[in-house]
Design a protein around this ligand. Structure first.
Ligand code: GDP
Length: 314
């Protein structure tokens, strides 16, 4: 990759380095031979604690900060706990960015999610759709916090000339995902449900909604490569999409996961559960123009994620 600065000469703090996204970026930067990697577990540093966050970032004085720390969850967690999803995410991102400003951090990448776009945005969704219509109600608390984060990045660029950026990934999956059935996203939920049904020789598995909403699924190692490209080559106030540019109905995802796991029973749909956004396919023209595109096929990504689940969760 063409680089504007050598990774070996910079120190990078990854907020949320233990999570699905942060741990993938950590692996990718390690492979690049980054000068220094910094991360604190939530037991060591609570990012909702403003003073502690200021002290930690000021002591470390990283050259680059990647904010991959957030309270995240699937459709049920998001719609059940809007207070926590709005408050914790506002606190975390504001504390990290204010501390980064106080420590004079040169480069900062803030990560959000494709749920920031309006429920009825034109598909595939371009970055310019932001704020053009009402949000999907099942995740609007989380989305509102992330939209505030995008504007906060922009505000620091305008007011202080900071070279900070934000990026919005599509639905992600991979090792270290959350496999808790109440709070997880759909893909890890399917891995767990079909694995357990196969083990129990259950004749059927019940999943949520109608199966008609469409989603795209990006392996988190592909996202990590995108983050590295963006930090090297992107420097603009507008947020940038990171996606596949290709989606599928949830029903097809269910069949694919069942086939990778080898579950042969029936799949039943509980339409009393929410479907959420009908479709959120990202337009990825801008990041593709920077020279990034995903490398991991859904089948390969599912197989390796299932192996990780078997070794670490099951
Ligand atoms: P979303 O992309 O923000 O809507 O979040 P999710 O990944 O949680 O859900 C995506 C879609 O998968 C929704 O239409 C859900 O109704 C559907 N879905 C089907 N079964 C499940 C399940 O077991 N867990 C979750 N989280 N979603 C499910």
């Amino acid at each position: 990759m063409q680089q504007t600065f050598p990774w070996s000469e910079v120190s990078v703090y990854i907020a949320g380095h233990n999570g699905l996204v942060g741990s993938a970026i950590w692996r990718a930067l390690e492979a690049e031979g980054v000068g220094k990697l910094i991360g604190w577990r939530s037991a060591e540093l609570d990012l909702c604690d403003r003073d502690a966050t200021f002290d930690a970032i000021n002591d470390a004085k990283p050259d680059v900060i990647i904010d991959a720390a957030a309270k995240v969850g699937g459709i049920m967690a998001n719609s059940t706990y809007p207070v926590e999803f709005l408050r914790d995410n506002m606190l975390i991102q504001t504390n990290v960015m204010d501390a980064a400003h106080a420590a004079n951090t040169e480069r900062l990448l803030f990560l959000g999610s494709s749920c920031i776009y309006p429920r009825h945005a034109t598909q595939p969704i371009r970055e310019s759709s932001l704020m053009t219509g009402p949000l999907e109600p099942t995740n609007q608390a989380y989305a509102m916090a992330k939209i505030a984060g995008i504007f906060y990045i922009e505000a620091h660029r305008t007011q202080y000339g900071r070279r900070w950026i934000s990026a919005m990934p599509t639905n992600l999956y991979g090792p270290r995902d959350n496999f808790d059935l109440q709070s997880s996203h759909v893909l890890p939920a399917f891995i767990r449900r079909f694995h357990e049904a196969k083990a129990a020789k259950a004749p059927s598995v019940t999943v949520w909604g109608t199966g008609t909403p469409r989603r795209e699924f990006l392996h988190v190692d592909d996202l990590a490569q995108a983050c590295l490209v963006l930090l090297q080559r992107y420097d603009s106030p507008e947020t940038i999409n990171v996606g596949l540019g290709d989606d599928m109905p949830i029903r097809e995802l269910a069949e694919t996961v069942a086939s990778v796991i080898g579950y042969q029973g029936a799949i039943e749909w509980d339409s009393a559960k929410p479907d959420g956004m009908p479709r959120k396919l990202l337009d990825t023209t801008r990041i593709n123009d920077l020279g990034w595109k995903p490398q991991i096929s859904l089948r390969d990504g599912l197989s390796s994620t299932y192996e990780w689940y078997l070794a670490n969760v099951a």
